[in-house]
Design a protein around this ligand. Structure first.
Ligand code: UDP
Ligand code: MG
Length: 318
């Protein structure tokens, strides 16, 4: 019999966890295939770990992975995929922004269209600030222009992936994973599913601006070399200005229209300009060197403290 798993990362979600489990469980019980939920406790410091253990004790189809500390949303989802042996997996937020009631429709779409990925596109986003909506919109459009792979617009990690995609994902060696990008990169038939994103059930977003910027820069740096080309272009541009200024000053001396002693302002401007161009260029290089540094260290993306309700044979210590 086929099996579907729901992968749900949780970080300090005591306010929504029980309601979220009830709703998801309710929907799963209407499906006539095997189902399971894989919760990843991403180093929560509230009641989340205890609540998850309690749910897993009463429901053997709930599996729990506890991380040794907070590693972040992307490593948590990665761990879920590594530990999943189902035929399909759906990645969701625990806060019910991605309504579990859509699971049967998403699965039906995957089967009907024989798709390996069904990615959920946000038609609307309730309960999110205009700032988050605007920055998200700008981000998805910018990354799409920068990246060498085409990403669907306004699409988060809420999506269905099948066994083939999970296996391909498991073979990826890079540590800094921008999951939605990598799934686009993997390929196979991918189809959209449009939905209205709900507001968070309760509690605060666990993605403050700092984490959003870090996710966005990961996407840029891992999926595009354009920042490097931009800095080369900037260098050429500065070089051109340098030549024009050089010609202008020499001609000024020869033709007598410039008075060299009064050149303080122009010297300061040129020094600051070229200094700025050099620092920006070094900064861009530095970002890529930082990635090389992290990837060469090859530390695991997450450390598992304990697992509940898993078969011994699934060892995903990748
Ligand atoms: N999350 C996580 N680790 C983190 C931050 C978030 O596992 O360090 C989980 C969180 O519990 C939620 C999902 O990732 O299930 C998405 O986070 P959130 O809903 O706060 O982000 P938003 O939807 O506001 O972008
Ligand atoms: Mg959310």
């Amino acid at each position: 019999m086929k099996k579907i798993a729901i992968i749900i990362p949780c970080y300090n979600e005591e306010l929504v966890l029980n309601d979220s489990y009830q709703r998801t469980h309710q929907v799963l019980s209407t499906l006539d295939i095997c189902t399971e939920i894989i919760y990843i406790n991403d180093g929560s410091s509230d009641q989340t770990p205890a609540m998850l253990d309690q749910i897993a004790a009463t429901d053997p189809t709930v599996k729990v992975i506890h991380f040794s500390r907070n590693f972040g949303h992307q490593p948590a989802v990665t761990a879920g995929i590594h530990h999943c042996d189902a035929d399909w997996a759906i990645i969701m937020d625990v806060d019910m922004q991605d309504p579990p009631e859509l699971i049967p429709e998403i699965l039906a779409k995957a089967i009907e269209e024989q798709a390996h990925v069904v990615y959920c596109v946000r038609k609307t986003r309730d309960g999110e600030s205009w700032f988050k909506r605007l920055t998200a919109k700008m981000f998805y459009r910018t990354i799409n222009r920068m990246s060498e792979v085409a990403f669907p617009l306004d699409t988060g990690d809420f999506r269905l992936i099948d066994r083939k995609v999970m296996d391909a994902f498991g073979s990826l060696k890079e540590r800094g994973k921008y999951i939605r990008g990598l799934i686009s990169w993997i390929g196979f038939k991918q189809v959209p599913f449009h939905y209205n994103r709900a507001a968070r059930l309760a509690g605060e977003t666990k993605y403050p601006l700092r984490k959003m910027i870090s996710l966005a820069s990961k996407a840029m740096l891992y999926f595009s070399k354009k920042p490097l080309y931009l800095s080369i272009n900037l260098g050429f541009f500065a070089f051109l200005i340098g030549i024009i200024l050089a010609v202008w000053s020499i001609m000024g001396k020869v033709l007598g229209y410039s008075n060299a002693e009064s050149g303080w302002t122009s010297i300061i401007i040129i020094v600051i300009f070229f200094g700025g161009v050099q620092l920006v260029t070094i900064g861009v290089l530095g970002q890529y060197i930082g990635i090389l540094f992290d990837e060469v260290k090859a530390r695991p993306e997450y450390i598992v403290e304990s697992k509940t309700n898993f078969d011994e044979k699934i060892d995903a210590s990748k």
